[in-house]
Design a protein around this ligand. Structure first.
Ligand code: THU
Length: 139
């Protein structure tokens, strides 16, 4: 069972820790593991730009580095600094983050929840966001 409201709340909490002096675009993510644990992430920018890490990958790398390998869903929230909850737009994961998800998650069952608020969100399977994914099975 996915507690979508809780997962979205956790994503908003994580968003508060983002480090975004260059874009002022603040993203938070909360990743639900099959065992019920939740790992959060925020985007962390860098003056050299390319070392920037997205919120979703922060959450995944935290989880995998703690021994987690089985995931159910991720909630993502993102908006420019100063935008109130519920008034922003949906923030869909970038292509690099989708590829990282595909490394660890089942394309047909893993859920990506992109939220404006706990009441207003869209939900996709990873396969819908990354059709014809290239994964380890293709090698
Ligand atoms: N960003 C994320 O954290 N996740 C995404 O899926 C899209 C982009 C971040 C990266 C950068 O810090 C800022 O949003 C603007 O691109």
């Amino acid at each position: 069972m996915i507690d979508r409201k809780l997962l979205i709340e956790k994503a908003f909490e994580a968003q508060e820790n983002c480090y975004t002096p260059y874009s002022n675009f603040n993203v938070g993510a909360a990743l639900l593991c099959e065992n019920g644990d939740i790992y959060t992430g925020c985007n962390i920018e860098n003056a050299a730009f390319t070392p920037t890490n997205c919120a979703e990958r922060t959450a995944f790398f935290k989880a995998v580095s703690e021994g987690q390998k089985n995931f159910t869903a991720i909630a993502v929230v993102g908006n420019k600094a100063g935008v109130k909850q519920g008034e922003g737009d949906y923030c869909a994961p970038c292509a690099v983050c989708r590829q990282v998800m595909a490394e660890f998650c089942d394309l047909k069952t893993f859920k990506v929840i992109i939220a404006k608020s706990t009441e207003d969100y869209l939900e996709y399977t990873l396969e819908e966001l990354l059709p014809l994914a290239f994964t380890g099975k293709d090698m």
